[in-house]
Write a protein that binds this ligand. Sequence first.
Ligand code: FMN
Length: 188
Amino acid sequence: MDPAQTYDLLRSLTTPVVAITSVRNEKRNGMITDGAIRASIVPEVPRLAVQIHKWHLTHELVSETGRFAAHLLHRGQLDVVTKLGFASGRERDKLADIPHHLGASGCPILDDCYAWFDCTVVNRMDAGTSTWFLGQAMDVGRGSGEAVLAPAYLREALPEGYRALYGSQLAAAQERARQLAWLFRPST
Ligand SMILES: Cc1cc2nc3c(=O)[nH]c(=O)nc-3n(C[C@H](O)[C@H](O)[C@H](O)COP(=O)(O)O)c2cc1C
């Protein structure tokens, strides 16, 4: 199948839009992913896996500290996506005007969100372009909102300027990822 069509199909496998926060020493940061999934069916062992590209500041912070907090967002939080998902924390303090407090792990917990999971990394998988971090939720909270923010809804609701930016940043990330993708090859 044509790679573009294949990617469109893969897009149907994306998960709700999630804000991941992390901290190292005094540096607090946040990013957006739509690659975060439930990774346990045992209610007493709540686990989730998040996929983070290797070039992001968040990757550096989570790799080094073994801690992150994942937040399901609600539909009223497009501004959180535009603040965290379009520029790196290497450029500015993205959490400066997003109300938050520190969780038990030390990671920032957004005051407003649908739900949050304060996690310790219990395993990780090198996926070439990214790392999958398996997190165990040590503390969980339910915020507000009726519906979680889904990528398809986000793409429709994003202001026009951000929609174009999303497209160009995705293309740039795909180009960067292309160079790392073949770190692992099928054996046959
Ligand atoms: C809707 C949306 C989905 C995204 N999904 C991912 C993803 O699955 N994995 C990833 O590593 N980055 C993803 N990003 C990009 C990062 O959130 C973005 O590059 C961010 O600025 C990285 O921040 P950092 O360098 O401060 O960690 C997504 C961004 C948006 C807006």
